[in-house]
Design a protein around this ligand. Sequence first.
Ligand SMILES: Cc1cc2nc3c(=O)[nH]c(=O)nc-3n(C[C@H](O)[C@H](O)[C@H](O)COP(=O)(O)OP(=O)(O)OC[C@H]3O[C@@H](n4cnc5c(N)ncnc54)[C@H](O)[C@@H]3O)c2cc1C
Length: 96
Amino acid sequence: MPEEIQLKMLHSVAGLQHAELMRPGYAIEYDVIEPWQLTATMETKIVKNLFTAGQMNGTSGYEEAAGQGIMRALMPPCVPRTSLASRYAAPTPTLG
Ligand SMILES: Cc1cc2nc3c(=O)[nH]c(=O)nc-3n(C[C@H](O)[C@H](O)[C@H](O)COP(=O)(O)OP(=O)(O)OC[C@H]3O[C@@H](n4cnc5c(N)ncnc54)[C@H](O)[C@@H]3O)c2cc1C
């Protein structure tokens, strides 16, 4: 969020109208593989037999990153896409 917007938000809080911002908040942005670019087995649609999990799939926490890795590890390495895709009904890979 731009610094001026952060400052505006801060100043909108009663009692903080004249507060000074010492350092603005920031977010780390990075490229990820979008969920729709993967099959339900976490295989990339573009590169066959390439499976991804964790941060590169856009997760932002330890548990989900590890959970995706575990889920993928528990699946047989080479299974027909259709059989697994039907077992995991979600249209895109999620942990939810
Ligand atoms: C400052 C900070 C604070 C965080 N705090 C929290 C928190 O409080 N709670 C929370 O749930 N999450 C937190 N996270 C997020 C969490 O760290 C990540 O979501 C999680 O570590 C992602 O795990 P990962 O295994 O996908 O990726 P990573 O942990 O990044 O692991 C990727 C691994 O691949 C290796 N690698 C990269 N390229 C190659 C290559 N070409 N060949 C071989 N190895 C390679 C890297 O060295 C690394 O070891 C935080 C992240 C940061 C940066």
